[in-house]
Design a protein around this ligand. Structure first.
Ligand code: NAD
Length: 350
């Protein structure tokens, strides 16, 4: 198969972890007799530095054409003075997600046994944890009207029924492939958008009688996720609550550096990226953890190209690397980005 995708290394550690993931993809292509057709483009600060917009036209055109995007991270202090859509995050990544119609952000939380010691939580809270957060990504308060007057500021939160319905269907379908339990998170005791969310999710649930549904308030969920994380299977929530809960969930896994994510649209189109940012504090030092980026590449193979065995080969190689003590600095080890990437690529080839 010809695996044609758009590769956007971005800023900070993006190019380093990106190079590791491309090595691993090359190993997979060799092992399974595929060809890689990589369209590499600029995004974020890297594009701004070349005199372009944070989301250059060629980048968007490539992403639309291939429908599969592997991205490192964007942003950094050198672009912090820029405002609004001139910023790498808003004008680059958020614009790309929106223009590709990627409304569903999916992040797993399943701690690796070999990394449990790296979590700030006791092992007994981590064992058995295996859930996925489905976060609505293109609506809610981040995209509502914003403004300021002399006395203050406001951010409007809006959701349409359609926006809630489509993300709910996706979460229920995902739950059907897992342990058939869905927890919808909102703030229905206070927010009108949450009351709509709860009504629509309950209505969509009638199409999925095999999936059990519970509603939980976001403040309670912040506690339950840590105290009884193993009780959850699929967690469905809106944009801002999801933003916060997904970072909290990362702590169950030891480090931001090991968690991939997928932002999916209607068919097989998707953007695959680590959940962390561009880590400017360690950029250029060959010490970033490439695992989240490598796992994002595996997810792309599975979700956009239907290559299940290839994705599993990468995931197995990552688990083997961590069990073999190939641990980067963020998790207390001394394995460099390139060494870890090479180890995983060699394991895939072997
Ligand atoms: P960050 O995720 O970049 O870093 C937080 C901390 O985690 C840092 O100490 C960093 O060194 C560490 N870290 C992150 N990824 C790591 C990895 N793979 N290996 C080892 N350590 C890792 O978050 P931040 O510092 O708040 O943001 C830095 C920049 O990234 C900002 O400009 C921000 O806007 C941007 N950002 C981008 C994205 C994205 O592109 N999706 C997401 C979040 C933040």
């Amino acid at each position: 198969m010809n695996i044609n995708f758009t590769y956007l290394p971005g800023d900070g550690i993006g190019p380093e972890i990106g190079a590791a993931s491309i090595d691993v993809l090359q190993a997979v292509a060799q092992k399974f007799s595929h060809t890689l057709d990589i369209e590499q483009h600029l995004i974020g600060g890297a594009a701004i530095d070349q005199g372009a917009k944070p989301l250059p036209q060629q980048t968007l055109a490539s992403a639309k054409r291939t429908g599969a995007v592997l991205l490192g991270a964007v942003g950094g202090p050198q672009w912090d003075h820029l405002q609004g859509a001139a910023r790498p995050e808003l004008g680059g990544l958020l614009a790309l997600r929106q223009k590709l119609g990627l409304y569903a952000n999916i992040r797993p939380a399943k701690p690796y046994p070999s990394l449990m010691a790296a979590s700030p939580l006791k092992r007994s809270y981590l064992e058995g944890v295996d859930f996925v957060i489905v976060r609505e990504l293109t609506g809610g308060i981040y995209f509502g009207e914003k403004g300021r007057d002399e006395n203050g500021a406001f951010d409007q939160c809006r959701y349409t029924k359609h926006e809630v319905e489509r993300i709910a269907h996706r979460a229920f379908r995902l739950a059907q492939t897992r342990r058939k339990k869905l927890t919808s998170v909102d703030k229905a005791n206070v927010l009108e958008t949450s009351r709509l969310w709860r009504e629509v999710v309950s209505r969509v649930a009638t199409n999925y009688p095999d999936v059990s549904l519970e509603h939980t308030l976001v403040d309670a969920m912040a506690m339950h996720m840590l105290s009884r994380g193993k009780d959850f299977d699929v967690i469905l929530t809106e944009n801002m609550f999801g933003d916060i809960l997904t970072d909290e969930a990362a702590m169950l896994c030891g480090s931001l550096g090991v968690i991939p994510s997928a932002s999916l649209g209607e068919n097989t189109s998707g953007l695959y990226e680590p959940i962390h940012g561009s880590a400017p504090d360690i950029a250029g030092q060959n010490k970033a953890n490439p695992v989240a980026m490598i796992l994002s590449a595996a997810w792309m193979l599975r979700a956009s190209f239907g290559l299940q065995a290839e994705a599993e080969a990468i995931e197995a190689a990552v688990a083997a690397a961590l069990s073999a003590g190939k641990i980067s600095a963020d998790l207390g080890g001394d394995c460099s980005t390139s060494e870890l990437g090479n180890w995983v690529a060699d394991y895939v080839r072997s």
